[in-house]
Design a binder for this molecule. Structure first.
Ligand code: NAP
Length: 262
């Protein structure tokens, strides 16, 4: 197959959770650029509406939905709307996520649970709801956004969130287990584990975000000497979403500028 065809998503439909902002927005736009129609969802429909306008500007169809991944009813309604609007769903990107920093000894149970509910249970429930549609259609590509800090311990000076690191480790295991269970149905499940990217969640310029203090330090330790930006993730998502990855499932692709290699 020619390389253009390998990455061509024309006629396919993708759902991107957290698609209104940050990494989810970049992935949604990139999938649309490769030909896909995109359902952009998160709790705030207004931010998704803006991305829908951008996607329509690329000549694709798009639908903005208010969807809360911590609410199974909201997921059921959202997926039903997406299916009735576009029919078959070919691609699911779970990019929604939340983080709360506190020393492990002080981490409030409510915040721990919020990270588990959004990052782990929300990702699972989206895979379950959309996976049924994909299994029926004998085809699907699921991409779960985990994190490079889900592999191991992290210095509290860099990221002080035991709930976040634990939740992202769980997303990686969920990815592998679903890949093994659903490979026979034509449903591929892979994960992208980003290092430190500049987004709303993680902007070194904005006080209160994860790496406000540690950002410059991290940038000086990253082998390529910078934080991640938009284009650094887009190609990986397109690879996992397209026919280019048709013999690849259950994998975690780390995109961290080489930090994990140290
Ligand atoms: N930026 C990084 O350096 C980095 C590194 C590793 C991994 N990640 C992961 O990458 C993903 C995207 O993060 P980001 O950096 O792009 O930050 P972001 O811009 O803050 O994106 C988080 C998204 O999640 C959505 N969201 C949160 N709770 C939700 C819920 N209950 N239901 C539905 N949507 C929900 C938010 O939209 P609403 O508020 O409208 O719901 C938002 O669009 C996350 O999973 C994050 O953990 C990021």
């Amino acid at each position: 197959m020619a390389s253009k065809q390998l990455f061509d998503l024309t006629g396919q439909t993708a759902i991107v959770t957290g698609g209104g902002t940050g990494l989810g927005r970049v992935i949604a736009l990139n999938l649309a650029d490769a030909g896909a129609n995109v359902v952009v969802c998160s709790r705030r429909k207004e931010v998704c509406d803006e991305v829908v306008k951008e996607i329509e500007g690329l000549g694709r169809q798009a639908l903005a939905l208010s969807l809360d991944v911590t609410n199974p009813e909201s997921i059921a309604q959202g997926v039903e709307k997406a299916v009735s609007h576009f029919g078959e769903i070919h691609i699911l990107v779970n990019s929604c996520g939340t983080v709360f920093e506190a020393p492990a000894t002080e981490m409030p149970l409510q915040q721990w649970q919020s990270m588990m509910d959004t990052n782990v249970t929300g990702t699972f429930l989206m895979c379950q709801a959309v996976g049924k549609n994909m299994i029926n259609n004998k085809y699907g590509k699921i991409i779960n956004i985990s994190s490079s800090i889900g592999f191991k311990g992290t210095d509290p000076e860099a990221v002080d969130s035991v709930g976040y690191t634990t939740s992202k480790g769980a997303v990686m295991t969920l990815t592998k287990d679903l890949a093994v269970k659903w490979g026979r149905h034509g449903v591929y499940v892979n994960s992208i584990a980003p290092g430190v990217f500049t987004t709303g969640m993680n902007d070194p310029e904005i006080p209160g975000t994860l790496v406000h203090k540690a950002g410059p330090l991290i940038a000086s330790q990253v082998p390529v000497r910078r934080l991640g930006s938009d284009n650094d993730l887009a190609g990986a998502a397109l690879y996992f979403a397209s026919a280019a990855s048709d013999y690849c499932t259950g994998q975690i692709l780390v995109i961290d500028g080489g930090l994990g290699a140290k």
